[in-house]
Design a binder for this molecule. Structure first.
Ligand code: NAD
Length: 484
């Protein structure tokens, strides 16, 4: 695979929370990979800003360790690492006070793009926005990158949008949803709008239903405090899964441009029906030999927060009326896998008689592991013995199709950060989109809260509560297996 890397303009990137977990695991190793690939111009600089006392040298040592842990060995080159670390510096800054801001302001150059990555807890987003202005280091050429969670409900998301809008134009605000940076997610748009094959079939006349699964094998781990206030609905559905659903369901945008794409996604969210409690199954994982159960993990024996959710959604518009979207996500499940399956209807009439082997065509878009696209088609079983039909996959694993180099697909974070520098908001959420998603999620959450519903316990290592299977069975459908 030939990689075409176009260097971006010179920039100063400030990572607030530059010593945190996300910066260490994703942002800084990702930036290093972009550097190795030649995408970072010589004048690019990265400044970590965080609360603790630290020196440039000590900070660079932690980044060196992060590179050795999170970057593949082939990309680890001592000369490259040294050259990359030279661009890094550290400033102690208090997001809630005045400490460090002048030092940071003195470091910022005027003639380059300024990007501020808010990789801190959401309670600090407003503080940072205000102080960037107060200290005169915002300006029209700057951008801010805002991490998730963007609000806890519609009201808090609106408040945050208002606070950010006091200091920045919408064109300067990059609300990150790293699912949108995944290669296959963008491929979903390429498959839909770059081929003649699929789009004519992409509607309720031809599609029986759609399944979206995001399964994790890990529990809530050390994030119990945060997670128990959020749950799968707020942590996964309102943002990541909603974005996936939008990309599947949206109308063709007039161009692959930020507002064209985001306008179409917004229309999908607005077309989503309210979900009644009987179309929702929520669960909590039980303990097993590999770890404690959800209630122990969050240290809250009375918790009613879900670590698993399955729902049946309806998009009420001309294209999708009558084709349900089943979505499910959960922790401590059988396998770590994310996929979207478009299950087509059966042919209207079988010329081969009543063959059991008539399987529906299924287009599967695998997000992880082994990103790729797979289309199941029916063919004749080779050999004598009459017309027996079998189902075979037309499989396109990126690794196989694109050969060596396919492993080199940039991680979602590094791609998105480079888009920030390029000033391309296509893969970021607009303020109204986030509010619309909360506007849909709030009443659904209120529905189960008012009903006093308790999540159903499920076995760790399973595919979730039995009731989730029933959600499909009663419609005469089946979930695809949760398997790696
Ligand atoms: P973390 O707790 O590991 O790090 C927080 C960082 O913020 C530290 O560098 C700390 O020094 C800094 N900080 C805290 N208070 C500060 C203050 N008053 N002034 C200046 N700096 C301060 O958090 P994290 O896991 O890196 O997450 C950061 C953000 O990214 C959060 O909004 C989180 O929800 C989001 N996020 C994290 C992950 C992940 O995998 N860690 C994934 C998705 C989103």
């Amino acid at each position: 695979m030939v990689s075409r890397v176009i260097p971006v303009e010179p920039f100063d990137l400030v990572i607030f929370g530059g010593t945190g977990d996300l910066a260490r695991r994703k942002i800084l190793p990702g930036l290093y990979r972009r550097f190795v690939d030649g995408q970072m111009p010589a004048e690019a600089r990265i400044i970590a800003a965080a609360r603790s006392e630290n020196t440039d040298a000590a900070f660079r040592d932690t980044v060196r360790a992060a590179i050795s842990e999170f970057v593949t060995p082939e990309k680890q080159d001592a000369t490259c690492i040294a050259a990359f670390l030279e661009r890094l510096s550290y400033v102690r800054v208090d997001a809630t006070g005045s400490d460090g801001w002048q030092t940071l302001a003195d470091k910022m150059r005027k003639d380059v793009i300024r990007a501020y990555y808010f990789s801190v807890g959401p309670g600090l987003f407003g503080d940072l926005a205000r102080r960037l202005h107060r200290h005169g280091i915002a300006g029209t050429r700057c951008r801010i990158v805002v991490e998730k969670p963007f609000g806890h409900d519609l009201e808090s998301a609106r408040d945050l949008n208002v606070t950010l809008a006091e200091h920045f134009d919408e064109q300067q605000i990059y609300r990150i949803d790293h699912y949108l940076g995944k290669e296959t997610v963008q491929n979903l748009m390429a498959v839909r709008f770059g081929n003649m094959l699929f789009e004519p079939l992409w509607n309720a006349r031809n599609v029986d239903h759609i399944q979206i699964t995001v399964a994790e094998t890990v529990g809530v781990g050390g994030r119990g405090g945060y997670y128990d206030k959020a749950g799968a609905m707020r942590d996964m559905v309102q943002n990541h899964m909603m974005q996936l659903l939008c990309l599947i369901a949206m109308e063709p945008p007039y161009a692959f441009e930020p507002d064209a794409v985001r306008d179409e996604k917004l229309k999908v969210i607005r077309a989503l029906d309210h979900v009644e409690p009987e179309q929702i199954v929520r669960g909590q994982y039980l303990s097993d030999e590999d770890g404690p159960g959800y209630l122990e993990d969050v240290e809250n024996p009375d918790s009613r927060t879900e670590s698993f959710i399955a729902m049946k959604l309806n998009v009420s518009n001309w294209r999708w009326k009558g084709t349900p979207f089943y979505i499910r996500t959960g922790k401590r499940l059988r396998a770590r896998t994310s996929e979207i399956a478009i299950v087509f209807k059966d042919p209207p009439h079988s010329i081969f008689g009543d063959q059991e082997s008539h399987k529906s065509n299924v287009l599967v878009i695998r997000l992880q592991p082994n990103e790729g696209i797979n289309l199941k088609v029916t063919i004749k079983e080779p050999g004598p013995g009459g017309m027996r039909l079998i189902e075979v996959p037309l499989d396109m694993s990126f690794k196989e199709a694109l050969g060596p180099g396919a492993d080199d697909i940039p991680d979602a974070y590094e791609r998105l950060i480079m888009d920030v520098i390029r000033g391309n908001q296509t893969l970021f959420m607009r303020g109204d989109e986030v509010e619309a998603a909360w506007g849909w999620a709030d009443p659904v959450i209120a529905g189960w809260e008012e009903g006093g519903d308790r999540p159903i316990p499920y076995d760790a290592g399973s595919s979730g509560p039995e009731d989730a299977l029933m959600l499909m069975h009663r419609d005469g459908r089946r979930w695809r297996e949760v398997k790696a």
